[in-house]
Design a protein around this ligand. Sequence first.
Ligand SMILES: Cc1cc2nc3c(=O)[nH]c(=O)nc-3n(C[C@H](O)[C@H](O)[C@H](O)COP(=O)(O)O)c2cc1C
Length: 194
Amino acid sequence: MKSKSKRKILGVVGSPRKKGNTHILVSRIIDGAKDKGATTEILFLGDLSIRECDGCHVCWKGKQCSKKDDMNKIYPKIMKSDVIVLGTPVYWYGPTALMKCFIDRFVYFNCPENRAKIRGKLAAVAVPFEEENPKTADLLIKFFEKSLQYLEMKLIGKILVPGVSRRGDILKKADLLEKAYKLGKRLAKDKTGI
Ligand SMILES: Cc1cc2nc3c(=O)[nH]c(=O)nc-3n(C[C@H](O)[C@H](O)[C@H](O)COP(=O)(O)O)c2cc1C
C-alpha cells in the first residue's frame, strides 16, 4: 500500500481578487497536493488584516508583534507547515502590496531565537501576469529567491503564467494549470531534494 503524504502545505493567495488567476493557480497546486494526501489550507490575504512591519523588533525579544493584527494567528500556521505556496500576480513588476506586507512580517524569523522556526521549510511561487514576455516576472522572482534564501528556506518550484489579465483568463491555460497540479503532487512528496 502506498503511504500517504504527511506534509502540511499552506497556500497563500496574495491577489486581492477572489476567484482571480492567482486564486485559481494556487488552488490547482493545492489540489495536486491534496490528491497525494497532504494536509492543506489556503489563506486569502485579502480577507486578513496584515499591516506593514515597521522594524520595532519586539518580536525578537520573545514578545508578540506590536501590530495586533491577523498575522499573529498566521505565524503558528507558517511554523506548522512543511511547504508554503506563495501566489501573487505581478503588480508593477513586483508583488502585490498584500504579499509584500506578508513577507515583510517574516522579519519575525530573522533572529537567532526564531530562525529555526522557518529554516529548511520548502516553498513554491505561483505568478500570473498580463504581459506575454516571461521576463516581466524577473524582478518579482528575484525578490522571492533572495528573500527565501536569506531565510534559509528552499524554493523548489515556480510557475509563471504570462498573458492573463481578466479574472479567470488562466482557465484557458490548460497546460500551465496541469503543470501547477503536478507541482502540487511533487510538493506533497515526503522526500526532500525534489
Ligand atoms: C495594480 C496592478 C498592477 C499591475 N501591474 C502589472 C505589470 O507590471 N505587468 C503585468 O504583466 N501585469 C500587471 N498587472 C496585471 C495582473 O498581473 C494580471 O491581471 C493578473 O492576471 C491578475 O491576477 P489576479 O486575477 O489573481 O488578480 C497589474 C494589475 C494591477 C491591478
